[in-house]
Ligand binder design. Structure first.
Ligand SMILES: [Zn+2]
Ligand SMILES: [Zn+2]
Ligand SMILES: [Zn+2]
Length: 103
């Protein structure tokens, strides 16, 4: 799985978000590319980021950087850790989930 943007390691951390818990990448619905964060998308693409519609939450659009499992948006929004490898997710991501997901 290719993760675009300014990654700093193999677990999807980037120059913007690099704490131990920052281990997910999000597939952007506008270009179908995985980016570690909205800033990576903004700095690498010339188009505006679009958000996943609420009806698209069954789509696999979140990548665990530790084990490379793809989660559905639904599963990700309900999970505090990766269901596959149990890596803890950054709960602060929820504060800006509206940048990625409608609703
Ligand atoms: Zn895009
Ligand atoms: Zn970033
Ligand atoms: Zn995982």
């Amino acid at each position: 799985m290719i993760v675009y943007g300014k990654t700093v390691d193999g677990e999807t951390r980037c120059v913007h978000y690099g704490t131990p818990k920052d281990v997910i990448a999000i597939k952007f619905v506008c270009c179908g590319r995985y980016y570690p964060c909205h800033l990576c998308h903004e700095e690498s693409e010339t188009h505006e980021a679009e958000q996943w519609a609420i009806t698209e939450r069954w789509q696999k659009a979140v990548l665990c950087g530790v084990c490379s499992t793809e989660l559905t948006i639904d599963a990700y929004l309900l999970a505090e850790r990766c269901p596959s490898c149990h890596a803890q997710f950054n709960e602060r991501c929820r504060l800006h989930s509206h940048l990625y997901f409608e609703g």
